[in-house]
Design a protein. Structure first.
Length: 174
């Protein structure tokens, strides 16, 4: 599949089959994350691969909306960053999260980004604090997001090129 076709067909998947992701696919996904660019190669990002069903269920409760599908996935990758290493950790971790999603899609898996930074639990606790406590994440780390991963149990159409918002593209000036 060409890179453009990979982009065109990657969609957010929130329904998963109860089939575990193979270790070799997990390794490839995590290695892709480790190859993602980072400012001055500061590599502020780190990754927690979660396969334990109970932990995935608990992670799915980090927000009242937009995270419940984590409980159905067979893999969640929590993307954290050492905020003491760089002031652009958000950008670096976001790029890594995107690499994870693209590599997973290339491996025939579905993914969905669960925003954590700036979100709250149903009880008003920050989603980040909830996850840090759940996963024993040290204080110097911030949690950007969780990428849910699994074999898709839904089909979504590819982007239609003729419906892309090309009016949002500008050359030389706005």
């Amino acid at each position: 599949m060409s890179f453009f076709d990979l982009l065109k067909t990657r969609r957010s998947i929130r329904k998963y089959l109860p089939k575990a992701v193979e270790p070799e696919k997990i390794d490839k996904i995590l290695n892709a994350a480790l190859m993602s660019p980072a400012s001055k190669r500061s590599n502020t990002w780190e990754f927690i691969a979660v396969q334990d069903k109970e932990t995935l269920k608990n992670l799915s409760e980090c927000r009242p909306h937009g995270s419940r599908f984590l409980a159905e996935s067979t893999l969640g990758i929590v993307i954290i960053a050492d905020t003491t290493k760089s002031d652009v950790w958000i950008e670096d971790a976001s790029i890594a999260a995107t690499f994870i999603q693209l590599q997973a899609h290339d491996a025939g898996l579905g993914t969905c980004w669960v925003q954590v930074r700036g979100r709250y639990t149903k009880d008003g606790l920050s989603a980040e604090s909830y996850i840090c406590e759940l996963l024993n994440i040290p204080e110097k780390f911030a949690v950007l997001c969780i990428i849910s991963i699994g074999y898709p149990n839904e089909i979504k159409n590819a982007f239609e090129e003729d419906k892309l918002q090309t009016e949002k593209i500008h050359f030389d000036k706005y």
